[in-house]
Design a protein around this ligand. Structure first.
Ligand code: ATP
Length: 355
């Protein structure tokens, strides 16, 4: 009997709706696979916690998560609290505190989902974006001075370390090697950013020699946006810095049909700390509390979690159930142009699992 300890952090907005749905789905899976159980502990951190305590999570919050096997995260963001507080006070605190340096974002057009790309067949868009998740443009270094005066100055410093670049590129090349196409595209901007991005390119060429069976190419981030739209089939695994991948992966999610479907994992590949899995969408306060949220992005994140925990057949079974459900337009939520409620989607996924 395997018992996984999962921390669930619904956070804000629709995160509070989709995480409980995901717990239900995982419980249904463990009914089917009786040798595996999940023990969830919920943490009420986020905007409401901030209003009560002045912080998004307690000082010693990371200690409560340390012994967990994985973390399921909903979303952080509250219209009444500045974004940099919600982001740095919770999600980034966990990502950075647990050195989850690889942010992995698979993108596919699932059955039944229409891509805004007119001529793109579903087998022509199958990507994994690997985002450097610990440094780059979001290192947190920088500051402001002379606030409120005409001479006010502000800076955000982007840093790349050799260790940080080597570890993310090695992780991405290894991931590319495990995929059928064995191809990786390294996103860069070394024409304009002539220090750190040049080192990034040099390290890519060095890491590539460790993977002779993986083909690779390099693309400027601006050109990459056009390539994603015009030649999606030319891409497979993509590795990029924090900011570049942040932007590219939102584009990827939109091209795959909806922000509500896309999953992500914040991974510590060395398993020193728990890794964290979450849908890529935000808190979406406009639809919160109405039961309209698409829970598929969270369910797909749970597939990533199961794979990471080594429960591959459970993960495959959940993915199969998800794809059966997306294939049926009657089970599409409003973001996909349908009229289904979140609970219809959850119930259908559970039914598929238990069948
Ligand atoms: P945040 O500020 O926390 O990033 P946001 O509300 O600004 O959140 P997102 O949540 O990323 O931005 O999404 C933008 C819009 O897309 C939402 O306002 C919502 O209408 C729609 N959307 C996002 N996720 C979902 C979902 N899971 N189901 C349905 N619609 C969604």
């Amino acid at each position: 009997m395997k018992r996984y300890k999962i921390a669930s952090i619904p956070g804000d907005g629709i995160g509070k709706e989709v995480i409980p749905e995901c717990e239900k789905v995982l419980k249904a899976l463990s009914k089917k696979y009786s040798e595996v159980t999940f023990e969830f502990e919920r943490f009420d951190w986020g905007g409401d916690y901030y209003r009560k305590h002045g912080v998004m999570m307690p000082e010693d919050g990371l200690d409560s998560l340390r012994s967990k096997d994985a973390i399921l995260f909903g979303s952080a963001g509250d219209p009444k609290i500045p974004d940099h507080i919600t982001l740095w006070g919770l999600r980034l605190k966990i990502c950075q505190g647990f050195d989850q340096y690889a942010n992995v974002r698979p993108t596919r057009i699932l059955p039944g989902i229409e891509s805004p790309l007119r001529n793109c067949k579903s087998n022509q868009l199958d990507w994994v974006i690997v985002r450097e998740n610990s440094e780059g443009e979001y290192s947190g270094l920088g500051g402001r001075a002379h606030q409120g005066h005409p001479i006010e100055v502000a800076s955000d410093m982007s840093i790349l370390t050799r260790v940080g670049v080597e570890r993310i590129q090695r992780y991405a090349f290894k991931l590319a090697q495990a995929r059928p196409r064995k191809h990786i595209t390294v996103i860069t901007k070394s024409n304009a950013q002539r220090h750190a991005m040049v080192m990034w390119d040099e390290i890519a060429a060095q890491i590539a020699t460790e993977f002779p069976d993986v083909t690779w190419d390099k693309e400027l981030v601006d050109a990459a946006t056009a390539r994603m739209v015009n030649h999606p089939q030319s891409l497979d695994t993509i590795v990029a810095t924090n900011l570049h991948a942040d932007v590219l992966s939102d584009l990827a999610a939109a091209l795959a049909g909806s922000l509500g479907i896309a999953p992500t994992g914040n991974i510590d590949p060395e398993c020193r700390y728990p890794s964290m899995f979450e849908p890529i969408h935000g808190s979406a306060f406009d639809i919160m509390g109405k039961g309209l949220a698409n829970p598929i992005g969270t369910f797909w994140s749970a597939v990533m979690m199961l794979d990471f925990l080594g429960e591959k057949s459970m993960g495959a079974q959940l993915m199969q159930a998800i794809e059966k459900v997306t294939a049926d337009p009657r089970l599409h939520t409003r973001d996909l142009g349908g009229a289904a409620m979140m609970s219809d989607v959850t119930n259908a996924v559970i039914k598929e699992i238990l069948q």
